[in-house]
Design a protein around this ligand. Structure first.
Ligand code: PAF
Length: 284
């Protein structure tokens, strides 16, 4: 496995691969890798010739400086995991490489898709994501790029940018990898104390309850959300950042329980912010 931190080294290797007619799969990450990231690598390996993983904690997407400072770093283990899973190259740039001070900042946003969910409660987050992902796409020139569906809004926003601005690549969503109790794998989970980890398991249990109430005929969206909120809050120290029911394509709030809905949640367990979502088919 090749590990590079400079743009020239990255581009030279990509030039060689392209000359040999190889297709490139790209898995952008912020490190502290887990099996969910390795699912991206495995999916990329099954669909493209060469897989590049980037590891870069992107400062421009953190609206809370404390969250940025506390973002877990585990580079040694990340490289071992990438190697074990057959990644061909890891790009590990530093902040100066990605954001030279001489460059004028630029902003891309997709207002409609960013109006709700994390776009509403983390102002500036998706502008930072789109900025770094655009730069990384241009540097790695992939034919396919892989993103976890736990960050569903991120997946939609990036897919829409690629489609609207004619980026020459396909965005592939990879299903969320879960722990045995159903908690979505996240780099942030390592920051949970044992007690907080127990509280976090309310999230998958809330999704199970959501599906059960739908199957038993719940049709009132307000009441459904109240039941789910009560379930999360009763007797727990967890704080809800949002609990929303939106359309899975345009991410606008639904006012009726019909068709496909995306139930998306963000909570704080102690200081740790966790997100998750499920697409649910409402029986007619
Ligand atoms: O999902 C992430 O880890 C980040 O938002 C991404 C896509 C690597 C951009 O920094």
């Amino acid at each position: 496995m090749i590990v590079v931190s400079k743009i020239d080294e990255l581009k030279n290797q990509i030039y060689d691969w392209k000359k040999q007619g190889k297709t490139i799969g790209f898995c952008p990450t912020m490190g502290s890798l887990h099996q969910g990231h390795m699912d991206l690598v495995q999916t990329s390996k099954s669909k493209t010739d060469k897989t590049i993983v980037s590891i870069f904690i992107n400062p421009t997407q953190f609206n809370d400086p404390k969250d940025f400072e506390k973002y877990p770093v585990n580079t040694e283990n990340d490289l071992l995991l990438c190697e074990k899973n057959g990644a061909d190259m890891v790009f590990l740039p530093d902040v100066k490489t990605m954001y030279p001070e001489t460059k004028t900042p630029i902003q891309i946003s997709i207002p409609k898709l960013q109006e709700h969910l994390c776009g509403r409660t983390r102002p500036g987050h998706f502008e930072g994501v789109l900025q770094i992902v655009t730069k990384l796409f241009h540097l790695t020139e992939p034919s396919k790029a892989f993103f976890g569906l736990k960050d569903y809004q991120q997946f939609r926003v990036i897919s829409a940018m690629v489609e609207n601005l004619n980026f020459p690549l396909e965005v592939v969503g990879v299903p969320t990898r879960r722990e045995t109790d159903g908690l979505a794998m996240s780099s942030r989970n390592v920051r949970l104390s044992p007690k907080e980890r127990e509280t976090a398991s309310l999230i998958p249990r809330m999704f199970a309850l959501a599906k059960k109430t739908i199957l038993s005929g719940e049709k009132d969206i307000k009441l459904w959300k109240e039941i789910l909120r009560d379930f999360l809050l009763t007797g727990s120290s967890l704080r809800i950042d949002y609990l929303e029911v939106v359309d899975p394509i345009d991410l606008q709030p639904k006012d009726k329980l019909e068709g496909q809905v995306l139930l998306a949640v963000a909570v704080f367990v102690g200081e740790v912010r966790l997100i998750d979502n499920q697409t649910i088919e409402i029986p007619s």
